[in-house]
Write a protein that binds this ligand. Structure first.
Ligand code: GDP
Ligand code: IMO
Ligand code: MG
Length: 431
């Protein structure tokens, strides 16, 4: 049995898309288990760049791809993604869980209104309706993909939902939604996606039992998780290894490996304290060099030094078997690089990262400083990747070793560019 979970170990955008695509070359199936089109996962193949919001990043490797029950789906976005792949001649082998919840127009509308009402406390959401759709799921009147295939059921559920939503929206001067318009639009989506909608629980478990190699691709990052992230400035799903089980129907004992994706520095889209945030010219330099602008919203990402204390927290939550380190090339050219190893609060070193923003905002980072490495060109990084690990600059190898020593987790792969061939595998994830 091979069930490998890929988790963002920071605040998202660690390079999960690139790494999932890379691992997918040797896998049979790639499964998304949470989040929705708030995610933006980039895969670069030669001169082509694919941005996935809902489809698992195994799509271009031609692997079986599954959207699990824990994902929330905006059918229009999904259809667009499928069309985009079709324009590249790719028809993915896709299955969608009938139990995955559907994002409806009033979820998006309410996301925007709620953010405004929250004022300073707003998380800076992607406004894709993620919070509102998960709210309805938990409130037990959400609409699932299966419902799009049954007119009477969908109509009944919409009637109930709209009788409540329209009242609330009216109070806040929001748009009013018409049942029949939504019904007809979403029944059409149902017909367009019908061939993919199925029971994925049985299918994934059968594949695991048949010794297929399965990747579970996380979205967002551990610190954005609803239970273990920096609440309330987080997303609405469990972005952790535990989420891979509830979001697919796979038992914890069937997960064989958990891999944490760590960016060589960090980025944050949205609000909330970031202890190692760089608001100076080094931050601007990293943002520009690392193209740190949101894949989904285009917003500039806040950036900061690598916060190993936070990654250690992510390790506690996920128990990583291996670390993948991405975007090391971006730091090339810096004289010195800082790594945060501890948080100090009221003069005392903390035992574990606090996830309460009111506490976090008062924490001071304790840094170690290490040597930087040269700023190579893209072609030079590609050449280095071709030669292998020993060709990496000495200071970079020391940086990698520092991370391994601190976390006591092996770094199994390093990424020194967005392309597939700018990757150095130290240890196969399938070993
Ligand atoms: P994800 O949400 O975790 O999948 O990450 P995103 O795709 O949102 O953001 C990562 C960005 O960095 C994308 O533009 C990738 O193409 C790019 N990227 C991934 N790995 C590397 C790397 O090692 N070096 C550089 N320079 N870019 C990378
Ligand atoms: P990937 O998978 C980075 C952030 C938003 C906001 C908060 C809540 O590409 O790493 P939401 O729309 O989910 O209600 O927004 O979470 N956020 C992300 N930040 N990468 C992501 O996904 C994100 N998905 C959501 O910026 O602060
Ligand atoms: Mg992203």
């Amino acid at each position: 049995m091979v069930g490998i979970v890929i988790i963002g170990a920071q605040w998202g955008d660690e390079g999960k898309g690139k790494i999932t695509d890379y691992f997918a070359s040797k896998a049979d199936m790639v499964v998304r288990f949470q989040g929705g089109n708030n995610a933006g996962h980039t895969v670069v193949v030669g001169d082509k760049t694919f941005k996935f919001h809902l489809l698992p990043s195994g799509a271009i490797q031609g692997k079986e791809i599954i959207i699990g029950n824990g994902v929330v789906i905006d059918p229009k976005v999904l259809l667009k993604e499928l069309q985009n792949l079709a324009s590249h001649g790719i028809k993915p082998r896709l299955k969608i869980s009938g139990a995955a919840h559907v994002i409806l127009p009033f979820h998006r509308e309410w996301d925007g209104i709620e953010e405004q009402l929250k004022g300073k406390a707003a998380a800076g959401t992607t406004r894709r309706g993620i919070g509102p759709v998960y709210t309805d799921k938990i409130a037990r009147y959400g609409i699932r993909m299966n419902d799009l295939l049954h007119k009477e059921i969908l109509e009944q559920k919409l009637e109930l939902l709209l009788s409540i939503k329209n009242k609330i929206l009216e109070l806040f001067n929001g748009a009013k939604f018409d049942k029949n318009t939504i019904l007809s639009e979403y029944l059409t989506y149902g017909q367009q996606l019908k061939e993919y909608i199925t029971d994925t629980v049985g299918y994934i478990n059968q594949a695991l039992d048949a010794k297929k190699k399965i990747l579970f691709e996380g979205a967002q990052g551990t610190l954005l998780g609803i239970d273990h992230g920096v609440y309330p400035v987080c997303t609405s799903s469990n972005t952790t290894a535990g989420g891979a089980c509830t979001g697919t129907g796979v038992a914890p004992t069937k997960i064989t490996k958990i891999i944490g994706i760590v960016k060589a520095y960090l980025s944050r889209v949205g609000t909330g304290p970031v202890v190692t945030e760089l608001t100076d010219e080094i931050g601007d330099w990293i943002r520009k060099k690392g193209h740190e602008y949101g894949t989904t919203t285009g917003r500039p990402r806040r950036v900061g030094w690598l916060d190993l204390f936070a990654v250690k927290y992510a390790h506690i939550i996920n128990n990583f078997d291996g670390i993948v380190l991405t975007k090391l090339d971006v730091l090339g050219g810096l004289d010195k690089i800082k790594i945060c190893t501890d948080y100090i609060l009221d003069g005392k070193q903390l035992p574990i990262m606090p996830t309460d923003p009111y506490v976090l905002v008062k924490c001071q980072p304790k840094y170690i400083e290490v040597e930087g490495w040269p700023d190579y060109s893209e072609d030079e990084w590609t050449e280095i990747a071709k030669t292998g690990y020993e060709a990496l600059p000495k200071a970079m190898i020391e940086y990698i070793q520092k991370i391994e020593e601190y976390l006591r987790v092996p770094v199994i792969l390093v990424s020194i560019g967005a392309e597939r061939n700018q990757t150095i595998e130290i240890k196969s994830v399938f070993d």
